[in-house]
Design a protein around this ligand. Structure first.
Ligand code: COA
Length: 387
């Protein structure tokens, strides 16, 4: 297997982007990444695109071909593949691109993700997202993603005594980080009281515990590490890229507040990289709801089960804490265009490792990403470091 590096990155603004179409979002992010790597389009060997549901959000399927065409690469007959794993589609596109380069199948590969969610209303969006759960056992009973994560939150609170304030502290910390991120959908300061008095969505989850509904795209370019210096002075090496599955329905899990796929993908990432938890300087985790961030920190092994709320409340997951979590602002403040999020996490880690994260810059050499599909039926983890 060859060593692999990220040599170019791009990300659109995240938000309600009424003046941009699905394809123009992808092209914008792709052009940024190509220009960042100093490449020309005809040097690209292959494209992987993370997308959950363009068919239902914008009525467009055959996304790989569409993107190849509108990138101007269809004339080169470039292989372009859509990758789908619900909210982990972007992370999985990155892992497919990594595998393609590592195996020697291709040299210059684009991993991208795009989603345009606002073209349909909240009701339809909620139903589209519910398709990431088990339709016959969960969706049919009317359960939504806020509902599923509310069950996880309630179970966790009962087991570990998590307080409502500790849950709110996750959102407050992520919005503090997002304040300094130009791509963020909600770069707004919020307070514990503000979270606790926001509208109730699914008890105990409130509006400000939720990631929003978002349009956006992100793209990164990978190549063999040995060629990376042809394109950049600051290549970022991919030290691990792993994936795991678990049961799709929550009721089939032994413990609903532990994501077994996070535990497995995390353990595999540490084994593959040969690193310890203490080697990781920061982590971008999948905070689709505030409770998800707490479960992630614990299931990845950064603290014991039941301790993440206290860690957050004490500021240890803030930018200058012991283990900074979601320096980008996370899904909560940046937004969560579901197919793009996993690639945007890589974008943030690369920015931090290059020292290009502006006011949210931390001192870091190794960063990790954690991207979840559904309530944890798919998890992708990546570890990246300065080459
Ligand atoms: N965080 C912060 N502010 C938010 C927000 C969020 N998640 N969602 C909406 N807002 C703001 C809006 O900007 C708007 O502000 P304004 O009144 O000042 O304009 C206000 O709150 C109401 O927004 P609206 O779009 O009407 O909310 P909604 O009721 O349609 O949707 C949720 C709110 C929570 C239901 C929706 O964001 C949601 O479903 N989130 C979860 C998405 C999800 O499940 N993703 C997959 C995870 S696995």
């Amino acid at each position: 297997m060859r060593d692999v590096a990220v040599i170019g990155i791009g990300c659109t603004k995240f938000g309600e982007l009424w003046d941009k179409s699905f394809r123009t979002l992808f092209i914008e992010a792709g052009e940024m990444a190509i220009s960042d790597a100093g490449l020309s389009g005809d040097q690209i060997d292959e494209i992987f695109i993370g997308n959950m549901s363009a068919g239902r959000f914008v009525g467009q399927e055959h996304v790989g071909a569409l993107i190849a065409d509108y990138s101007g690469l269809a004339t080169n007959n470039i292989p372009a593949t859509r990758v789908e794993a619900a909210c982990a589609s972007g992370g999985l596109a990155f892992r497919q691109a990594f595998t393609s380069v590592a195996s020697g199948m291709a040299d210059i590969v684009v991993a991208a993700g795009a989603e345009k969610m606002n073209d349909v209303g909240t009701e339809e969006t909620t139903d589209v997202l519910a398709a990431a759960a088990d339709r016959e056992w969960e969706g049919i009973a009317g359960v939504t993603f806020p509902g599923l994560y509310a069950m996880i939150a309630r179970d966790y609170m009962n087991k570990y005594g998590l307080t409502r304030e500790q849950l709110a502290a996750v959102a407050v910390k992520n919005h503090d980080n997002g304040l300094h991120n130009p791509i963020a959908q909600f770069p707004t300061k919020i307070t514990i009281e503000g979270v606790m008095s926001s509208s109730l969505v699914a008890d105990p989850i409130r509006l400000l515990d939720c990631s929003p509904v978002t349009d956006g795209a992100a793209a990164v370019i990978l190549c063999p590490l040995e060629r990376a210096h042809e394109f950049t002075d600051t290549p970022i090496q991919v030290l691990a890229s792993t994936q795991a599955s678990a049961t799709i329905a929550l009721h089939d899990r032994q413990d609903i507040s532990t994501l077994d796929a996070t535990v497995a993908a995390g353990n595999r990432a540490f084994k593959m990289s040969g690193l310890e938890r203490s080697d990781i300087d920061f982590v971008e985790v999948h905070d689709c709801f505030t409770i998800a961030e707490l479960c992630a920190i614990e299931d990845l092994g950064f603290c014991k089960k039941g301790e993440a709320g206290k860690l957050t409340e004490e500021g240890e997951t803030a930018r200058h804490g012991k283990i900074p979590v979601n320096t980008s602002g996370g899904l909560k403040s940046c937004g969560h265009p579901v197919g793009a999020t996993g690639v945007k996490q890589i974008y943030e880690v690369v920015l931090q490792l290059r020292g290009e994260a502006g006011k949210r810059q931390i001192d870091a050499e190794i960063g990790m990403t954690h991207n979840v599909g559904g309530t944890g039926a798919t998890v992708v983890c990546n570890i990246l470091g300065r080459a």
